[in-house]
Design a protein around this ligand. Structure first.
Ligand SMILES: Nc1ncnc2c1ncn2[C@@H]1O[C@H](COP(=O)(O)OP(=O)(O)OP(=O)(O)O)[C@@H](O)[C@H]1O
Ligand SMILES: [Mg+2]
Length: 444
């Protein structure tokens, strides 16, 4: 199988499904999806590995399928960070700018070569460097965490240079004080390590680990959604992740130990039918909102297999809806409460976007609109970001894996640009440019 260094791989290790997407740089900055693989997940509970052997097997099967489709041998992957144990908070800090002194500025037509002294000289203000930004972010996240917990991501929300706020990237600006607001994500060390170990044991290196709902958002939300305010709710099998954007930055995240499997269990208990049958009924005729069914659909009869060798029964879809709707309201109300408590209620002009397999249930959008009292849509991997086999992943259940692939591609491109800048500074640019152009084509 070919070793291809330009590709990136998103691997979403879920509680019910492992999904893998292999992407390559395509035309116009798109990521061409060239390989897709999925497997039924085993060995995870609420996003946490509980049976390493089974988890490794599920990961291997999904990756091998994507490898076969693309003819590419996968070595490095970006994986999801998930689980109800993940907690996050906002921090802030101010640091004195210690970046390099500004170059003196000469009046136009004058200059040192002409023997003129600079007419504007940098005073005590300095140019903000990447190092100042790093120090500010570190300072904002320098807090005492409970034993066994670690910071897994720091997402800058806003920079303030002296008194100017709302800055996304302060590098190169002039100032004396740099303040930063950061969203900080934490996880138990062991939970994170166990997923990484599972991926390593499948023969893969973890290049990056990204909060699952953040990855789903990168694939599905537009820049306007992030700017004007949107909440993405990723409904998985045993977890539901929330991420709130406003002013182009992540403002809040949370994970709940609730998901699609609760709906399946409710059907299994409520209708006394085996779990696999309950899952089938949920997917084919389940409905989370009675309002989304017509009168005749509500009366439609559904065959329900019984347990213990008893004969199957017939029940109306309305009864099924009576079981599923309260559960949908419960799950979504937890999310709505979190949005309200975090202070974002009524401020999300772009509304709510649902991703994850749980969002596929009939009636989910309708019930979510009632609970959130906001416009709701399903999030699909955006066609302006992905090419190749994009039609094959047009489902909210593929949002996280495609987002992981995209995030890794952007990180690799940024690494390449940084290498180029270093090479430029040290003179050996020519060879490097052609090497990267060859490898990264359109996206570089
Ligand atoms: N058509 C459908 N209708 C209703 N539910 C569905 C449908 N398709 C999938 N689901 C549900 O979606 C859930 C799986 O979603 P997803 O693949 O996003 O979860 P996961 O990533 O494995 O889990 P988690 O994120 O919690 O670790 C399951 O509970 C499944 O029953
Ligand atoms: Mg998931």
């Amino acid at each position: 199988m070919a070793k291809n260094l330009t590709h990136t791989v998103g691997l979403d290790v879920g509680t019910s499904r492992v999904t893998c997407i292999i992407g390559e740089p395509g035309d116009g900055g798109l990521i061409d999806i060239v390989g897709i693989g999925e497997s039924e997940a085993r060995g995870l509970r609420k996003g946490v590995v509980v049976d390493p052997e089974a988890a490794v097997d599920s990961i291997t099967r999904a990756v091998e399928e994507a490898e076969r489709m693309s003819g590419i041998e996968v070595e490095e992957v970006a994986i999801n960070l998930s689980g109800s144990h993940i907690m996050s908070f906002n921090g802030q800090a101010i640091v004195a700018v210690s970046g390099r002194e500004r170059d003196p500025v000469y009046e136009s037509g004058h200059g040192r070569r002409n023997g003129h002294a600079p007419v504007i000289v940098a005073g005590r203000d300095r140019e903000i460097t990447q190092d100042d930004v790093r120090r500010a972010i570190e300072s904002a996240s320098a807090i005492q965490l409970p034993a066994g917990r670690e910071i897994v991501d720091r997402l800058p929300q806003e920079f303030i240079v002296d008194d100017q706020d709302g800055i996304n990237d302060p590098v190169g600006m002039i100032g004396a004080r740099l303040a930063v607001k950061v969203h900080i994500v934490t996880s138990p060390v062991t939970a994170r390590q166990n997923v990484i170990n599972g991926v390593n044991r499948a023969g893969l290196v973890v290049g990056e680990m990204v909060l699952e709902q953040l990855a789903a958002a990168e694939a599905t939300l537009t820049d306007d959604d992030k700017e004007f305010g949107a909440a993405l709710v990723d409904i998985g099998a045993e977890t539901t992740g929330l991420i709130i954007y406003q002013r182009g930055a992540v403002q809040h995240t949370a994970v709940f130990a609730l998901g699609g499997s609760h709906f399946t269990n409710d059907i299994a208990f409520g209708l006394r039918t085996p779990i696999p049958e309950a899952e089938k009924i949920k997917r084919t005729v389940g409905c989370a909102s009675a309002l989304s069914l017509s009168e005749s659909e509500r009366g439609e009869l559904v065959d329900v297999p019984s347990v213990g060798g008893r004969p199957p029964r017939q029940l109306s879809r309305q009864i099924l809806c009576d079981i599923l709707q309260p559960r949908a309201e419960e799950v979504l109300s937890h999310v709505a409460d979190e949005i309200r408590e975090a202070g974002w209620e009524g401020q999300l002009s772009s509304g709510v976007v649902l991703t994850g397999g749980g969002s596929l249930m009939n009636g989910m959008v309708e019930i979510a609109e009632q609970v959130f009292d906001a416009p709701v849509r399903i999030g699909y991997p955006e066609r302006d970001r992905f090419g190749g086999l994009v039609e094959d992943v047009q489902s909210p259940a593929w949002a996280a894996a495609s987002g992981l692939c995209l995030i890794r591609q952007r990180a690799k491109s940024a690494e390449m640009r940084a290498s180029l800048a270093r090479a430029q500074a040290s003179g050996g640019l020519g060879a490097l440019v052609s090497k990267f152009r060859n490898r990264f084509g359109g996206i570089f």
